[in-house]
Design a binder for this molecule. Structure first.
Ligand SMILES: Nc1ncnc2c1ncn2[C@@H]1O[C@H](COP(=O)(O)OP(=O)(O)OP(=O)(O)O)[C@@H](O)[C@H]1O
Length: 426
């Protein structure tokens, strides 16, 4: 009996200690935000600071709404958002705390060691912050950070649409709707998820729009990320050679011009209004490799400018964002960006139009998706094995360089059947 009482007191004490040590009341965040702003010199021109107007709880966090003083530089806070996050996390860590683990503690001389081990082995949840401005400054403080990885599964698909799941946040899935926002620029240092998201986009488009999607894959990275898609019936062009890229781009441009003319001649504003179902995706991975070829870049710019009306959408990926690899005119026509971690603020500015990508944590798949607003996302990850499983039914056997006159009736592949292709990623 005495032992039971003793152990209950100890457990209660330990739980309380863990809570006090790691948690704070959410209302303190408002004070902390105010202090962080003051210490960071984020003031208006005459030194006035932000004023809290209201706060409201939402599922997963609290939103603070502030009045901002005149002359307030919002870009500065956006780029230095990490200071806000670090400040909010200094004494405000939450442990994933499970009482059942404490109940397993043995009452011997190692008890303190056991408890310390439990506490230190727990994953610390970091609070994340989202900023937005609509005349007021809105700061959303999330109680939990997003996971480091989200495995892809079929619930990410939105069949029959051009809306592709490209990210997870603690608030849910973020989608890029190609019929709404058209083209997309993807940038990021090597090894942080460019190829992975491109493969996910291609796989999603094929599964969502089997009969309507046309793929033009230009893979200049020297690897084999796109090779598994080469024999899809939806793949109209495929190359890994910069020398072939020009020919392919020019033939796409000719076809786009004809389609555009047809659509406009019939009195429609764009492909969506015309009711046509097919769309074309020109996907260029390592666009920097054709940036020096003015003819190629003229076509790229033309697709970025006029492709939206004809249903020709560009996905333009590079690991070296610079004014040469992403020309100004191309950038102007592609407001949507997905950016993984980059080396410095200059590269982030070029790719995203704002700094911040250089501050992203070094987690593959962690990026900033910028569309109407910019938000940090974790891209869902689809393994090569899963891609193979999903696309195998759509692979056809056909001669490598097929000419119109030589077209053979494609044979459909069966999953696991003799027509399956296996590729090793380089
Ligand atoms: N969204 C993700 N979630 C979890 N892990 C990921 C994600 N994206 C990529 N990875 C991991 O990072 C590795 C590198 O990703 P990926 O090949 O896409 O990088 P990359 O930016 O294309 O690099 P490179 O330019 O060198 O090819 C992958 O093999 C995978 O293990």
């Amino acid at each position: 009996m005495l032992f039971e009482i003793g152990s209950t007191i100890i457990m209660g004490g330990v739980a309380g200690y863990a809570y006090l040590k790691t948690s704070g009341s959410p209302s303190n965040d408002a004070d902390k935000i105010q202090k962080i702003f003051a210490n960071s010199g984020w003031n208006g021109k005459n030194g006035e600071t932000i004023r809290l107007q209201r706060k409201a709880k939402f599922k997963g966090g609290v939103e603070y709404v502030y009045q901002i003083p005149l002359g307030f530089d919002r870009k500065k806070i956006e780029s230095d958002k990490h200071i806000l996050e670090d400040g909010l996390n200094i004494r405000h860590k939450t442990l994933e705390f499970n009482i059942s683990e404490l109940l397993k503690v043995k009452f011997d001389i190692t008890i303190l060691k056991q408890i310390k081990k439990i506490l230190t082995s727990k994953k610390i949840k970091r609070k994340e912050v989202e900023l937005s401005f609509d005349g007021m400054l809105r700061i959303k403080v999330y109680n939990e950070s997003m996971q480091d990885s989200y495995e892809w599964n079929e619930h990410y698909l939105k069949k029959g649409t051009w809306s592709v799941s490209i990210g997870e946040t603690s608030q849910g899935i973020v989608r890029h709707d190609f019929d709404e926002h058209k083209h997309l620029i993807i940038a990021g240092a090597t090894g942080y998820g460019k190829s992975a998201i491109l493969k996910l986009i291609v796989t999603s488009l094929v599964l969502q729009q089997l009969d309507n999607v046309n793929l033009h894959l230009i893979d200049l990275k020297g690897g084999s990320a796109f090779q598994r898609f080469e024999n899809l019936k939806q793949t109209k062009h495929f190359t890994r050679e910069p020398s072939e890229a020009k020919e392919i781009l020019e033939s796409i441009q000719t076809e786009m011009n004809d389609n555009y003319k047809n659509i406009v001649d019939q009195g429609y504003e764009d492909i969506k209004e015309s009711g046509r179902k097919e769309r074309h995706f020109i996907i260029i991975d390592e666009a920097a490799d054709i940036a020096g070829d003015q003819d190629c870049m003229n076509v790229v710019t033309d697709i970025a400018r006029r492709g939206r009306g004809a249903g020709y959408y560009l996905i333009y990926a590079t690991q070296y964002p610079s004014s040469q690899s992403i020309p100004q005119q191309t950038k102007r026509n592609i407001p949507s960006r997905l950016c993984f971690v980059l080396d410095d603020a200059t590269a982030s500015n070029t790719a995203l139009g704002q700094t911040g990508a250089e501050e992203l944590p070094l987690i593959p798949g962690r990026g900033i998706y910028k569309n109407v607003k910019s938000q940090v996302v974790q891209t869902p990850y689809i393994s090569n094995k899963e891609i193979q499983k999903q696309i195998t039914p759509h692979i056809v056997i056909r001669p490598r360089k097929e000419k119109e006159s030589e077209k053979v009736e494609p044979r459909q592949s069966k999953e696991g059947g003799s027509n399956t292709f296996e590729y090793e990623e380089m």
